[in-house]
Ligand binder design. Structure first.
Ligand code: S3P
Length: 188
């Protein structure tokens, strides 16, 4: 792989992955890629229809295929879908060629950001808070396992992007987290 390591943003829905990735790509002169946008363009239909017509396992297979493709490339800021952590191979592939950063937010923040959204089939439930808590309970250990964590509550997109920029520039060329930083210390 030649070129600058990728920056890969993971995290639950509503943690700001796409907005932060767009800002980072602009400031670092990297290529912005939103995985959901690519999957929607390729499928020719929005995510809720992929889920209802083809099923979640099919969506996860499309996601997996795209991860393999993108992890083999360089110079990108990649906003992943919130479920990318469900397959550990996705994180392993991205970690091999880039800096993987997990964005976090409290349930209240997530609810405020995506509570009215109708484009997220997994949140299509009468009690959205309960649904978010249910999904988070299952996924939290997977998000927590990522060494670089950046909290987004009460922070602007520019502030979150600045933190990630600092982590990126402290990383060795392969994009792995700085060896001297214990996990979760100072955000990485
Ligand atoms: C999903 C999150 C969504 C999208 C799909 C499934 C998830 O992406 O990939 O609806 O499983 O958490 P965002 O995290 O960008 O909302």
């Amino acid at each position: 792989m030649h070129g600058k390591p990728n920056i890969v943003l993971v995290g639950f829905m509503g943690t700001g992955k796409s907005s932060v990735a767009r800002a980072l790509a602009r400031s670092e002169a990297l290529t912005f890629t939103d995985m959901d946008d690519v999957l929607v363009a390729r499928a020719g239909k929005p995510i809720p229809r992929i889920f209802t017509e083809d099923g979640e396992p099919h969506f996860r297979a499309l996601e997996r295929h795209l991860v393999r493709e993108l992890a083999a490339q360089a110079g990108r800021v990649i906003a992943t879908g919130g479920g990318i952590v469900l397959n550990p191979a996705n994180i392993a592939d991205y970690s091999a060629t880039g800096l993987v950063v997990c964005l976090t937010a409290t349930v209240d923040t997530i609810l405020a950001r995506v509570g009215r959204d109708t484009n997220r089939p997994l949140l299509a439930a009468p009690d959205k808070r309960a649904r978010i808590l249910e999904l988070l309970a299952a996924r939290q250990p997977l998000y927590d396992a990522i060494p670089c964590q950046v909290a987004t509550d009460g922070r602007t997109v520019a502030e979150v992007a600045a933190r990630i920029r600092a982590l990126y520039h402290a990383c060795p060329a392969d994009g792995s987290p700085p060896a001297s930083s214990p996990p979760h210390a100072a955000g990485c």
